[in-house]
Design a protein around this ligand. Structure first.
Ligand SMILES: Nc1ncnc2c1ncn2[C@@H]1O[C@H](COP(=O)(O)OP(=O)(O)OP(=O)(O)O)[C@@H](O)[C@H]1O
Length: 618
């Protein structure tokens, strides 16, 4: 069975985001390696990115030429009182300024379009991958965590590629070139400027570790906040119905406050590193200024050299000061990348043997469970399996109702047929062929499902229904499916079957949505139909009409129908009782009523059952 790594503990302050614990060394080492995983996405944009980096380096280095022109003006035309020379110097400075501005503009233009493509490509891959991940993965991951990975995290990645990555390189080269220029101009003053290098490097390393933890926590908290917002919007009826605005708002405020706390912690760390990075070099520049002035007074140094030296040092202020900010953004991007790949690394559903297509023998032996055991991957260790060596045979063309108490595992059993979950052990066969030997495409073509909680997509009614049929299905199939599901109300909608149904079909009633989900299940004329209590939201008259139509459909379809109400049970040829993880009895409704006390108890109190019992007694 496919296993996926569990999601990080998003809300736990003692989880991977805790500032007090910088994380294991292996985790820290992976920062650069994590960023390198972006390479396949960045590859197509590499030429433009490299050109942009070169342009940024040239633009930064142009800023270092200003002090050299200044030195030339001070030691030359100014010392020689030559106004024409001063004007010429001013012209050089103007041209340099223009060149610098143009180069920065060019850099922006170079990266904007390809990086939007990188972000879009990564998002498309994430969406594609999410569609292929097993249901067990989606059971475990909160939707907000997935949403935030596909939005905020990817935006951070794009911003990093457009700005910090290029500037880390450009500013690094500028600092190196500037230091060399200063050392060449005067090595003593150059060494004074270099004094803060070691303490700044040590403080940067400590900052990086702490900031990494804080940014992980903040990004996970954004995911949790997104989950709460999403649940509140989807569950707005429950919230209003139960008057839970205040408690829901309180829960939101709590999470929001925690996120604010983490963001403030990040801001404090950033303020600390910015203070250090600004103060220590400023002190060194101050020291160099005092020493330089004394040496100019002693005649050991020309005034022009001191002006050029200090102008170079001042030109390096932005590249040096930006390091804290750039490191912070790099850390946030490493975290975003890590979060992105946590999802991308999760194992997809095994596709099944697509190439060696297995065809199911016609007129075979129906749907069969052979000693099927199932345990949810996240079930507590030692807990009994939900299904324990289930044996069940549904003959070809037969419809079998599955009954059992709430939580007995009916939904779980039905989910195994279309392989929404994989059986832990045992086999399920369709007309004698193991379902794991069929390609997913083939399996889902032959087996149709309708769930108790019907999900409709933001699309036309017709699109929602024909989703269950082949690509060539048209009006005929649509009308037939709507007829079977007794969904005539569709024709009364403003645009008939072309009416858009709202988000999750919320503009329709529960019963209307169930009927559309049922229509979707029968639209493709499947050989095997799995229905998880599909009529629960219908009134008795509509249910009776749907049942009559379904009975006609079920004549040549092998069906497994989860049922709670005897009226649904009566739709089936036979009934299977699921209890304690096993099939305890199989027979007709009336047989089981007579012979199985548990079944009789389960159905007790229902008018249909009571009527059947009275008939039996007569
Ligand atoms: N994703 C899951 N992870 C872990 N346990 C689960 C998961 N889904 C269901 N369960 C557990 O499996 C058991 C069977 O659930 P299932 O939904 O199959 O029951 P059911 O018979 O269909 O119930 P109902 O009649 O109420 O719909 C329950 O104890 C439930 O808590």
């Amino acid at each position: 069975m496919a296993t996926t790594p569990p999601p990080p503990e998003p809300l736990s302050a003692s989880g991977p985001g805790s500032l007090s614990e910088p994380g294991p060394p292996s985790e820290r080492r992976t920062t650069v390696r994590t960023l390198l995983r972006l390479w396949p996405y960045v590859r197509p944009a590499r030429t433009r990115l490299v050109t942009a980096a070169v342009v940024a380096v040239i633009a930064s280095c142009v800023s270092l030429v200003f002090p050299l022109v200044l030195k030339w003006i001070v030691d030359g035309p100014v010392a020689e009182r030559d106004p024409a020379g001063v004007w010429l110097g001013a012209l050089y400075l103007l041209l340099l300024g223009l060149a610098e501005a143009l180069l920065f503009g060019l850099r922006r233009w170079l990266v904007a379009r390809p990086l939007a493509g990188v972000e879009a490509g990564m998002r498309a891959d994430l969406y594609r991958h999410l569609q292929r991940l097993p249901v067990a993965f989606h059971d475990r991951w909160p939707s907000g965590q997935l949403l935030s990975r596909g939005t905020t995290d990817l935006m951070l990645v794009r911003m990093f590629l457009a700005f910090p990555l290029v500037f880390l390189l450009a500013n690094g080269v500028t600092i190196l070139v500037g230091v060399v220029i200063m050392l060449v101009q005067d090595w003593v003053l150059g060494l004074v400027i270099l004094i803060p290098t070691l303490p700044v490097a040590a403080i940067c390393a400590a900052f990086e570790r702490r900031y990494s933890s804080a940014s992980r926590l903040a990004q996970d908290q954004i995911g949790d906040l997104t989950t709460v917002v999403e649940e509140s919007v989807l569950g707005i009826r429950v919230i209003k119905g139960f008057g839970r605005h205040r408690s829901q708002a309180k829960a939101f405020r709590k999470l929001s406050k925690e996120l604010r706390g983490t963001e403030l912690r990040k801001a404090r760390l950033l303020a600390m590193i910015m203070t250090v990075i600004t103060t220590l070099p400023e002190l060194a520049i101050g020291g160099a200024l005092v020493l330089g002035t004394v040496r100019v007074a002693d005649g050991d140094l020309s005034a022009g050299t001191l002006v050029a030296f200090l102008s170079t040092a001042l030109a390096l202020r932005w590249p040096v000061e930006s390091i804290g900010f750039l490191l912070a953004l790099s850390q946030e991007t490493a975290t975003a990348t890590q979060r992105y790949f946590e999802v991308m690394d999760a194992e997809e559903e095994r596709p099944g043997p697509d190439r060696t297509r297995v065809t199911v023998a016609e007129g075979g032996e129906g749907l069969r469970f052979h000693g099927v055991t199932f345990r949810y991957p996240d079930a507590p260790p030692g807990s009994p399996p939900v299904l324990d060596r289930v044996d069940l045979h549904i003959r070809p063309g037969e419809s079998m109702a599955l009954v059992g108490t709430t939580g007995s595992g009916k939904t779980t059993l039905t989910a195994l047929v279309p392989r929404l979950h994989e059986a832990t052990s045992g086999r399920i066969t369709l007309d004698g062929t193991d379902i794991t030997a069929l390609s997913r495409e083939e399996l889902r073509r032959r087996v149709s499902v309708a769930f108790e909680e019907p999900t409709l997509f933001s699309a036309e009614v017709a699109e929602n229904v024909l989703m269950g049929a082949g690509a060539t299905a048209g009006e005929g199939e649509l009308e037939r499916a709507l007829g079977v599901a007794q969904a005539d109300f569709v024709h009364a909608l403003p645009q008939g079957s072309r009416t858009q149904v709202g988000e999750q079909g919320l503009s329709l009633s529960g019963g209307q949505r169930q009927r559309l989900a049922l229509a979707r299940a029968v639209a493709g004329r499947p050989d095997f139909l799995v229905l998880d209590d599909p009529l629960s939201a219908l009134d008795v008259h509509t249910e009776a009409a749907v049942e009559a139509a379904l009975r006609r459909v079920l004549v040549d379809t092998t069906a497994l129908i989860v049922a709670h109400r005897p009226s649904t049970v009566l739709l089936a040829d036979r009934v299977a009782l699921l209890s304690g993880g096993r099939i305890r009895a199989v027979g007709t409704h009336h047989e089981l009523l007579r012979t199985n006390a548990e079944y009789a108890h389960l159905m007790a109190g229902d008018p249909v059952t009571e009527q059947a019992e009275q008939e039996d007694q007569r």
